[in-house]
Write a protein that binds this ligand. Structure first.
Ligand code: GLC
Length: 426
C-alpha cells in the first residue's frame, strides 16, 4: 500500500519480531499488533497473540506503545491519518471508538454471529459506531480504592466510605507512621498527571459530589458548586496526604509507591490487584479493595474504563487481523488474562467462573460496578472529546498545583469548553 508514513521508521524501530512457531502456510500473514502496557498487559498480549499465530500458521509482531493513554492516541491518529497499514491490530481505549471509527475496519461480517451479545452491555454498546462494528471489547476497568489492611488495623480505622473519612484516616496513619520513623509513608496516591487518567480521577470526585463536566445534552456544567467543591477537595490533598509528586503520577507511578509499601490508600484499576499480591510484592497479603469513597451526599463513583481491539481499515490483512481479534477477545483468552493479570472480562458468563472468582475476590463487585460506572462525556463531546478532555485535565491540574483556585480554574474551563463546543453544540 503506497501511503505516506511519516513515522513508519519509528514504528519499525519499536517493532520486535516474534516468529510464529508454525510457518510455511502459503497465504500466512504477518500481523502487527499494538497493545499497550499497564502492569503485565504487554506480556499477556504477546502470549495470547503468539498462541494464535502458532495455531493458525500466521506470524505476529508487536509495536511498543507509549504508556500514557493520550500519547498512544496521538501515535495512532498520526499513523492512521497518513493511511498507514503498518499496524494491523490496535488496542483502543473505550473512549476512542468514536474518534477512530473512520479508520477502523467494520468487523460485522468478520466475526461469528452473536459475538457481541456475549459482552457486558456498556462495553458492547461502545463497539458499534454508526452501525459499524469497529472493535471488540477486551477488558473492562472500574476505578477502585486499594487500602493497607495492616495499617488500618494498627490504627483501628475502618475502610473509608466517604472522602472525608479517607482524609481523616490518611492523616492519622501518615502522622503515626512518620512519628515511628517511616517518613516516606503517604496517605493517598492517585493519578494527577495532566493526561487522560486525571480526567478520569476528576470525574470520579466530581460525580461523587453530584456534579459533572458536560451533561448528556452537551451543556457545560463545570462552574456548578459540586464540581468546584470536589476539585477544591482534591487540591487540598496535594502536599498534605498526597505527595506533590502525585501531580506527575500515572497509574504505574501510583502503583509503584503503594506496592513498595509507601501509601495507605491508592486509587487504581483492577490490574493492580495481582501485582500487589505477587510473590515479590512487599505488600502481599495486606491489601484490600473497595469501591471509591462517596461524596458529601453519599454517592460513590467509579469511572468506566477499559480497552477494546480493533482492525486498521488500511491493513492488507484485515481478515487474519480480525481472526486474531476474535481469538484475543474470546472467552479462553479473557479468562487467562483475568486470572494472570487482573484484567476484568467483558464476557458476562466469565463472571460466574469459579477460577476467576478465586483469583480476584472482588470480581463480583467489579461486575456490579460496571453497570453503574460513570462514563466519560465521550458521547456528548463526540469528535471533540480529546480536546474537551485535554481542557478538563489541564484546568484541574492547574487547580491541583495551586496555580489557580478551583473556582477560577473552573470558570476558565467553562469558557474553554464553550469555545471548543461552539456554545454547547459540540
Ligand atoms: C485505563 C483505562 C482507560 C483510561 C486510562 C486512563 O487504561 O482502561 O479507559 O482511559 O486508563 O489512564
Amino acid at each position: 500500500m503506497a501511503a505516506t508514513r511519516p513515522i513508519a521508521a519509528l514504528a519499525t524501530a519499536l517493532t520486535i519480531a516474534v516468529p510464529a512457531l508454525v510457518t510455511g502456510a502459503p497465504q500466512a500473514a504477518t500481523i502487527t499488533v499494538a497493545c499497550s502496557a499497564l502492569g503485565i498487559g504487554q506480556r499477556l498480549c504477546r502470549e495470547g497473540a503468539e498462541a494464535w499465530a502458532a495455531g493458525s500458521g500466521n506470524t505476529v509482531r508487536f509495536v511498543a506503545m507509549p504508556k500514557a493513554a493520550g500519547d498512544q492516541l496521538a501515535l495512532y491518529q498520526q499513523l492512521l491519518a497518513a493511511g498507514s497499514g503498518d499496524i494491523d491490530v490496535l488496542q483502543i481505549d473505550v473512549v476512542w471508538p468514536g474518534l477512530l471509527a473512520g479508520y477502523l475496519a467494520d468487523l460485522s461480517g468478520r466475526v461469528p454471529p452473536g459475538t457481541l451479545d456475549a459482552h457486558l452491555k456498556p462495553l458492547a454498546d461502545n463497539a458499534t459506531v454508526k452501525g459499524r462494528l469497529v472493535a471488540l471489547p477486551w477488558f473492562t476497568d472500574v476505578g477502585l480504592l486499594y487500602h493497607r489492611t495492616d495499617l488500618l488495623a494498627r490504627y483501628g480505622r475502618a475502610v473509608p466510605k466517604s472522602w472525608a473519612e479517607l482524609e481523616e484516616t490518611a492523616r492519622i496513619v501518615q502522622r503515626g507512621e512518620r512519628a515511628a520513623g517511616r517518613d516516606r509513608l503517604w496517605g493517598y496516591v492517585w493519578q494527577g498527571r495532566a493526561y487522560e487518567g486525571l480526567t478520569v480521577n476528576a470525574l470520579e470526585w466530581v460525580d461523587s459530589f453530584g456534579g459533572g463536566f458536560i451533561a448528556p445534552d452537551g451543556r457545560v456544567t463545570v462552574t456548578e458548586p459540586p464540581v468546584v467543591d470536589a476539585i477544591a477537595m482534591a487540591a487540598g490533598w496535594v502536599g498534605t496526604i498526597s505527595p506533590v509528586g502525585v501531580l506527575n503520577y500515572t497509574e504505574e507511578e501510583a502503583r509503584g509507591v503503594f506496592q513498595s509499601g509507601n501509601a495507605v490508600f491508592m486509587r487504581n484499576w483492577p490490574y493492580a490487584w495481582p501485582l500487589a499480591n505477587a510473590a515479590d510484592s512487599p505488600v502481599r497479603g495486606v491489601v484490600g479493595v473497595s469501591p471509591l469513597p462517596a461524596g458529601p451526599g453519599g454517592r460513590a463513583s467509579g469511572a468506566l474504563g477499559g480497552q477494546m481491539l480493533a482492525v486498521n481499515d488500511n491493513s492488507p490483512n484485515r481478515d487474519a487481523a480480525a481472526d486474531l481479534v476474535v481469538a484475543l477477545t474470546g472467552p479462553t483468552e479473557q479468562k487467562r488474562r483475568a486470572i494472570a493479570g487482573g484484567y476484568n472480562p467483558t464476557i458476562r458468563a466469565l463472571y460466574d467462573d469459579p477460577e476467576i472468582l478465586a483469583a480476584q475476590p472482588f470480581v463480583a463487585e467489579v461486575r456490579r460496578a460496571v453497570d453503574t460506572a460513570i462514563a466519560r462525556p465521550a458521547r456528548a463531546a463526540g469528535m471533540r472529546y480529546t480536546q474537551a478532555s485535554a481542557a478538563i485535565r489541564d484546568a484541574v491540574h492547574g487547580a491541583l498545583s495551586g496555580r489557580q483556585p478551583a473556582q477560577d480554574a473552573m470558570e476558565e474551563l467553562d469558557r474553554t469548553l464553550w469555545r471548543i463546543s461552539r456554545g454547547g453544540r459540540w
